[in-house]
Structures are given as C-alpha cells and as structure tokens.
Write a protein that binds this ligand. Structure first.
Ligand code: UDX
Length: 417
C-alpha cells in the first residue's frame, strides 16, 4: 500500500514484530518483501505501531488478522477477528471504511457490520488471494479484486474508496467485482476449495496410476492441454499443506454443516482424506524401498509447505519426516529457508543447513518440497558422490526419473512408474 503511494500504519499486538518491521525487517521469508518494506519505511509512508489508537484518523482500515483452525474442531477460530474489531471500534469515525481481508466463515461480515454500525464507519469485505512466495506480486497486480458491500448508500461510496486505494490495479483494468458480503466471503473459500479439489483430484488419479502402471504426470500434461481444465494446480505428489488450504476447506465444511448444507460440500472431506493419504503413501514408499527404515539414514529435502516460503504450518514435508522418525529412522531435514520455524515446531528432528552435508551417507533421499536447490541444482551424479545409498523418493514428482535411474539410482515417484 505504501509502495503505491498511500500513507500506511501497520498495527499488531506482537511488539517484537512491530520492532522488526519498524527497522525494515520482515519477520518471515517472502521474496521481494524486504526491499519494498525498507523502501516504505525509508520514505516515511510506512510506519508500525502496537498502539491501536494510532489507527485513528485513517480513512481505510484493513482487518487482516489470522483465522486459524479451532483447537479440537474444524471451524475457524475468530478470536483474533473479534479482538481486533473490538479494539478498533473506539477509533473508527463516520465515513471510515473497514475492509475485512481475513478469511472468515460466510455470515461473519454481517455481524461485524452490525457491531460497528454506531461508529458511522462502513464495512466492506475484500478477500485476499495472495499466495505465499508471490505475495508482493499478487498484492500489487492481483488477478481480480472482490468487494462485498452493504446494501445501503454507504456501500457504493466505500467501493469507490477501495477503487482509489487499488488505483494501479484498477488502472490496469483488473476485474473489480462489487457484490454482497456473503458472495465476497464465499469467493475466497470457494476459490481455495476449488484449488484443493484440483490438487486432490490429480492425487486421486495418482492412486489409480499406482495400481495400473500409468504415469500421473503425463496424465496431468495431457488433460492439462485441454484449456477447460488447465495444467496449473495439477501438480501431483504429497499434496497440499500450509496455513490456508487445509484449514479453509475444513472451516468451510464446518460452516456448511451449521447452515444445514453439509452434504453440498461433503466431497471436501474426501479431498482432505485423499490429501492426507498421499503423505502416508510417501512414508510407505520409503519403508518398502529400504525394506524397513529402522536405524536407516534418511535425508528429507524440504521442510516448508512449499518452495519460496519458510512457512511450516501443516507442512506435508515435515509430516512425512516426523512419521519416518516415528518408524525409527535417523531423519535429517534440510531446507533453504524453513529450518528455524521447523526446529521450533519439531525440535526432535535433526536439521542441517548445508544440503550436501545433509545428504552425506543417506540410505534414502526424499524430496518433499520442490525448491530449485533440489529439483534443478542437484544432479544424480553429485548425489552419488555424497552417499552410497541409491534410493530417491520424489514426493513432488519434480525430478527427471530417467536421469536418476541412468545414474544407478532406484527412483520412486508418486503415481508414476
Ligand atoms: C493458497 C491460495 O493459492 C491463495 O490464493 C490463497 O490466498 C491462500 O492459499 P498458499 O497457501 O500460499 O496459497 O499456497 P499454494 O501455492 O496455493 O499451495 C498450497 C499447497 O498446495 C502447497 O503445499 C503446495 O505444495 C500444494 N500444491 C500446489 C500441490 O500439491 N500441487 C499443485 O499443483 C499446487
């Protein structure tokens, strides 16, 4: 927002984060963010504060707190949303716009609008579609902008203010969809549900490929050429994880149940189950390839839930690593960005920063996060110089199987012969 000319103040309750951000340091790994952050802070247009009263005087307030999965349930935990709204209410003024970006169960916005009514501010729902690793690009040049507005006159006015806020994207004729609250809330969860379904669909095909000898990656290429289907998000392997897709499909199921329409999206539970089975499949492949993993040295390449991120929330990579350790393997994990976060979550695993050191004497190598360091920059010849083990499990179907086999390795993919 600062980089496109706005005066911005970022507010959080976490003092350490506020201090780091004020120094121009991003508290997580996100390509392109450090540069834009330093620039914003240096320009004076971007400031940070832990004091919510500093929100007073702003015309637009973005609500962007997390909505994690509830402990012990599938529904979204709205504690942070509620706390942020309560804290902000005394500082809202008539004519202000409160723009909700958090991913919430459909029906949440209408309740927040009611709570802020007496302030004279207008609530709009403006879901966020950014991907980690591409966050800067997705924010500045989004595929579309969606704004859910109330039916009264304030709604159109607020939508107009958001058009001004997003002026570069609007000038570039980015689709700008003005709708009601419920649709805006649903667009977000529907988009994530669709993406999760697409990934689980191809992974279901991988399960069929495994019993028929077919190659799921060629299958994905072939169906992906059909422009109605498209190749993106048909990447097969150990499936989806992260802070969004898994919890969003679960929260969506929970909300649909509450609405008496659980059956409409009952298939999402199946998508979740397919997804989790693929993690177990990678573990099983490894056990079978090594004829048992007890006391075997296994190197796991990747800890982040996907490349270009240090996020390990619900990471399929770490899940596989933990299970192999549970079967008695000596598991060594490496990752270019996610080791500090992984270590905090699973201190019982062994972490090695240097890829080659991690690979030394491995009985089997698993690639579970497709960083370029592993998929492009690790040749089978080089791996052969580091270990006598000759087993490679490609949990992301991202390697050239023939090249590894030609170099004397036993290659195992996920749904490819
Ligand atoms: C997702 C949505 O893409 C984004 O629009 C939304 O705002 C937040 O949730 P993100 O969680 O950053 O973004 O990750 P994404 O790139 O979508 O990947 C999610 C998971 O799916 C990762 O674990 C990734 O490895 C996996 N994936 C993705 C596949 O297994 N196969 C694919 O083809 C694509």
């Amino acid at each position: 927002m600062a980089s496109i000319g706005h005066e911005v103040i970022g507010i959080d309750v976490d003092l350490d984060k506020i201090d780091a951000l004020s120094r121009g340091e991003a508290p997580f790994y996100e390509p392109g963010l450090p540069e834009i952050l330093v620039e914003g802070v240096a320009s004076g247009r971007l400031r940070f504060s832990a004091d919510i009263s500093d929100a007073a005087g702003a015309q637009v307030h973005f609500l962007a707190v997390g909505t994690p999965q509830q402990p012990g349930g599938y529904a979204a935990d709205l504690t942070f949303v509620d706390a942020a709204v309560d804290a902000l209410i005394p500082h809202l003024a008539p004519g202000d716009v409160l723009a909700g970006k958090s991913t919430v169960p459909v029906g949440t916005a209408v309740g927040i609008a009611e709570r802020i009514r007496s302030t004279g501010a207008t609530l709009v729902w403006n879901p966020e579609f950014l991907r980690e690793g591409w966050a800067v690009q997705d924010t500045i040049t989004p595929d579309r902008l969606v704004v859910g507005i109330p039916k009264d006159a304030g709604g159109e006015r607020a939508a107009g203010i958001l058009r001004e806020v997003y002026h570069p994207a609007v000038a570039a004729e980015t689709p700008f969809i003005v709708t009601d609250y419920a649709t805006a809330e649903l667009v977000k969860v529907a988009a994530n549900a669709f993406l999760a379904t697409k990934i689980s669909f191809i992974n279901a095909m991988a399960e069929i490929a495994e019993v028929t000898g077919a190659d799921v990656t060629q299958l994905a290429d072939a169906i992906g050429h059909d422009s109605r289907i498209g190749r993106r998000y048909l990447g097969s392997g150990i499936g989806f994880g992260g802070g969004c897709l898994p919890k969003d499909i679960r929260a969506f199921s929970a909300r649909a149940e509450e609405l008496g329409r659980g059956e409409s999206i009952a298939f999402l539970r199946e998508m979740d189950a397919i997804n989790l089975r693929r993690r177990a499949r990678a573990v099983r492949l490894t056990i079978d390839a090594l004829d048992g993993v007890y006391e075997k040295n296994i190197t796991v390449l990747g800890a982040a839930f996907k490349p270009h991120s240090d996020d390990v929330r619900d990471s399929p990579a770490l899940d596989v690593a933990i299970h192999l350790r549970g079967f008695g393997a000596n598991v060594t994990v490496t990752d270019p960005a996610a080791i500090p976060n992984a270590r905090r979550l699973h201190p019982q695993l062994t972490y090695v920063e240097d890829r080659d050191e991690a690979l030394r004497d491995a009985d089997a190598i698993l690639i579970v996060t497709e960083w370029d360091e592993y998929r492009r920059q690790l040749s089978p010849e080089h791996a052969s110089s580091l270990t006598d083990g000759r087993v490679i499990i490609d949990g992301r179907n991202c390697l050239d199987a023939a090249a590894w086999r030609d170099a004397g390795w036993r290659y195992f993919g996920m749904g490819r012969p």
